[in-house]
Every structure is written in structure tokens, then in C-alpha cells.
Design a protein around this ligand. Structure first.
Ligand code: LLP
Length: 417
């Protein structure tokens, strides 16, 4: 992560001392670099400059309004999966015409709202959803722009929990049924077919699954053309991985370049991507404080104030995330092999296993690459208020973009007898 570095033995994010951030805002604390987010977004944009395209940032990765607003300013569109995400992007100033709506369980109310604000496209995930959208559009006197999310049945070679493009996954319409469902869509009065869509998984570190999926989707575009169904855009989903440890995913620009080669014979197709993680993961970190160290038998624990409630990725996916001490470790420092654990009453509340660290009570440590699926998956389990979020701007400045929750926030909406 290139915005983190040590200076005079202490860790800085951009030009700002981690220690100062922790003092000012408390811990646990999420911190995001606006410059880094901008750079990642522009990498996609520049690679697509000669092609009609729309980058639809996947809101689920990090849905803070300030992050969304930054992306709005950069010209981003958005991939949403709920009305909550729709309301967020509208609040952040997004143009609804740049919003695509994914997700397997769109409710009537969600579809109504999306039709009323006039989104770009529904990424339809089942026949039943297609008929529901048509009925609602008819009732509202609207025509719904749709694409079908097709499951290309390729192996994304990633963690099974974040692989979505296999036949057995709940997502999308099966490849074999695709043409038939498009025929049905064509016959519906209030449906306008505009696109075709797929998303095969997340944290993909190889090019080949993307290219295989694109090839299979393009075969369908050809077949549809022969049936007089004109596809205007191809949405290839998100999924590009990032480096947490030693992974070497292709860069956004290499991925785009290789995909554009596949699309060379389709110059009129608008290209849509839905990147989430690759835009925000390495732009973010979670600062946490060591409350205690505990040494028993051969087990060494660094017990920190952030837990699986704040950052669930290690517990849920056994995800490996880098831990950096705020004080630069020196060769002569006494270290232990620690399990870095949180305050939650679950044995799975482990942020990192077996890390060689030299830390003591009240020290700060930083969990890297926490900008994606960090805060957005956080909960109040064990009645912990969720952390504050801070944005670093222009290297030198920092701004609170979400205040730490209060105890009142914890029981807002609850009633006692
Ligand atoms: N489009 C669709 C339809 C998706 O379902 C997703 C992610 C994306 C785009 C964005 O994928 P990305 O570029 O971020 O890989 N919580 C997990 C990741 C779940 C991804 C869900 N879908 C994690 O922390 O690894």
C-alpha cells in the first residue's frame, strides 16, 4: 500500500502520523486516502478512454457518502444491490442514469423506486424477477431497461464464498437458459433489453477467468443478434483482486486492455465494469490499539480494541490482512509470534494469526487493505458502537466522514415496555 510509510520510526498515512489520527479520533478508526481512491478509479478510466464505457463502482465495498461523493465527482457510475445503496448514491449526488441495479432478491418497493428515479438498467437475476419488473413497470406506466445477469459457468479460482460464476451459485441465469429468457424478455410489453451482464466472483488474481467469461458472454451476444435482439452494453461485473500479502493480480489497465482486445469486433458495445475492492481496498486501513498482551504456555495474544464486528473478513473468509505496528520494529526488539485478537466473545474473533510483532499495552497497530468490505460489513455485535471513519485529503489534511457511533445509536429505534 503506497500511502503508508515509516518516518523517524513512526507510521504515516500520506503525510499524517497514525498516532495523531488515533489521538484525535480515537480507536478503532477507519482511514481512507482520497488520493489513492482517485488514482485507482482513474486507472480504469484511462484504460477505457477510447471506448464507450461506464465504470459503475460497486457500492457494497465501501458505501460511505464521502467516498461515493468523491467517485461522483470523478464521473463514476454505481452498481447497487439494494434500495439503501440507491438512496446513498442519490444522496451523494449520483446521476440515476449511471446506476445499474444488481442483486438476486429485488423487492417490489425497490423496483418501484428504481423505476421512479430512472436508473440505467436492472441486472435481472431470474425469470421471476423479469416478470415482476415488467408488471411493476406496466402499473407505473414505465418501460424498464434490463440486462440479464448470465452465469457463464467459469471457475473464478477464488475463495468459494466469493465465487459467484459457477453453475451451483445462486447468482444469475444459467448459461443454457440465457437465450430462452431473452426471448421471453423481448415479448414483454414494458421491458427494454439493453444489455448483458455477468460477475464471476471477487478477489480474482488471474486474467484467464475474466477473459473466458467475456468470450462466453460474447458468444451469446452473437446468438442474440441472429435472433434480432440487439445488445447495447456488456457489463463484465467487478472482481479484480488486490494485493493483501503477495498476490500479484493484473493491474486494472492490463485487465482492461486484454478485455478490450476481446471486444475489438464489437465497437458499438458500451463496456460496463463494476469494480469495488480494487478501487478502495488498499486505500483504507483500520487503526486499533493494543489493550493487553497475554502470554500463556506457547500462546501469545495481542488483544486489540477492534474485532470481527469492525472487520469480519479474517473471521469469515480466513482472509489474510497485513498488520503494521505504529512504531517501526527494530532488529533488537523482542518479538513474539502473536495471534491478534479482538474483544468479541467468539473464538473466531481473530484478526491475524501468527504474526511476529513487538508490541505492548497501548501501542497502536494498523490493519492494512481494510478499505473494502471493512466498515461496510461492520456490525454492533456485543454492543460495540461502530468506528469513526476519516478521509485523508491532499496528503496533509484529514476530515471526519462518519462520527463514531454513540451508545444512543446502539438502541435507536428500540422500545422498552
Ligand atoms: N458486482 C457484483 C454483482 C458483485 O456481487 C460484486 C461483489 C461486485 C460487482 C464487486 O466485486 P469486487 O470488485 O469488489 O470484487 N465481502 C467479500 C467480497 C464480496 C463480494 C460480493 N460481490 C470480501 O470481503 O472479500
Amino acid at each position: 500500500m503506497n500511502f503508508l510509510h515509516y518516518q523517524n520510526g513512526h507510521l504515516l498515512a500520506d503525510q499524517i502520523a497514525i498516532d495523531d489520527l488515533a489521538k484525535q479520533y480515537g480507536t478503532p478508526l477507519y482511514v481512507y486516502s482520497a488520493d489513492y481512491i482517485t488514482q485507482q478509479f482513474l486507472a480504469y478510466k484511462h484504460a477505457l478512454i477510447h471506448r464507450k464505457h461506464l465504470i459503475c463502482y460497486a457500492v457494497k465495498a465501501n458505501s460511505n457518502l464521502a467516498v461515493l461523493q468523491l467517485l461522483v465527482k470523478l464521473g463514476s457510475g454505481f452498481d447497487i444491490v439494494s434500495q439503501g445503496e440507491l438512496e446513498r448514491v442519490l444522496k451523494a449526488g449520483a446521476d440515476p442514469k449511471k446506476v445499474v441495479f444488481s442483486g438476486v432478491a429485488k423487492s417490489i418497493v425497490e423496483i418501484e423506486r428504481a423505476l421512479q428515479v430512472g436508473i440505467k438498467c436492472f441486472n435481472v437475476e431470474s425469470e421471476a424477477e423479469l416478470y415482476r419488473i415488467n408488471d411493476i413497470a406496466k402499473r407505473l406506466g414505465k418501460v424498464a431497461a434490463i440486462s440479464l445477469r448470465i452465469n457463464p459457468d467459469v471457475d473464478a479460482k477464488t475463495h468459494p464464498y466469493i465465487s459467484t460464476g459457477l453453475r451451483e451459485n445462486k447468482f444469475g441465469i444459467s448459461y443454457q437458459l440465457a437465450i430462452e429468457v431473452y426471448r421471453q424478455a423481448k415479448a414483454l410489453s414494458n421491458i427494454n433489453i439493453v444489455g448483458i451482464d455477468c460477475h464471476i466472483g471477487s478477489q480474482l488474481t488471474e486474467l484467464s477467468p475474466f477473459l473466458d467469461a467475456a468470450e462466453r458472454i460474447l458468444l451469446l451476444v452473437d446468438k442474440l443478434k441472429s435472433e434480432n435482439i440487439q445488445i447495447q452494453h456488456i457489463d463484465l461485473g467487478g472482481g479484480l483482486g488486490v494485493c493483501y500479502d503477495d498476490e500479484q493480480p493484473p493491474s486494472a489497465s492490463l485487465l482492461m486492455t486484454e478485455l478490450l482486445k476481446k471486444l475489438a469486433h464489437y465497437p458499438d458495445l458500451e463496456v460496463i465494469f463494476e469494480p469495488g475492492r480494487s478501487i478502495v481496498a488498499n486505500a483504507g486501513l483500520l487503526i486499533t490499539k493494543v489493550e493487553y498482551t497475554k502470554h500463556q504456555d506457547d500462546n501469545h495474544f495481542a488483544i486489540v480494541d477492534a474485532g470481527m464486528n469492525d472487520l469480519i473478513r479474517p473471521a469469515l473468509y480466513k482472509a489474510w490482512m497485513r498488520i503494521l505496528p505504529e512504531k517501526e520494529q527494530q532488529a533488537e526488539d523482542k518479538t513474539f509470534i502473536y495471534n491478534v485478537v479482538g474483544p468479541i466473545c467468539e473464538s473466531s474473533d481473530v484478526l491475524a494469526y501468527q504474526r511476529e510483532l513487538s508490541v505492548k499495552q497501548d501501542d497502536l497497530v494498523v490493519i492494512c487493505s481494510a478499505g473494502a468490505y471493512g466498515f461496510s460489513m461492520a456490525s454492533n455485535y456485543n454492543s460495540h458502537p461502530r468506528p469513526a471513519e476519516v478521509m485523508l485529503i491532499d496528503q496533509q489534511q484529514h476530515k471526519l466522514i462518519r462520527q463514531r457511533e454513540t451508545f444512543d445509536d446502539l438502541w435507536r429505534g428500540e422500545h422498552v415496555f
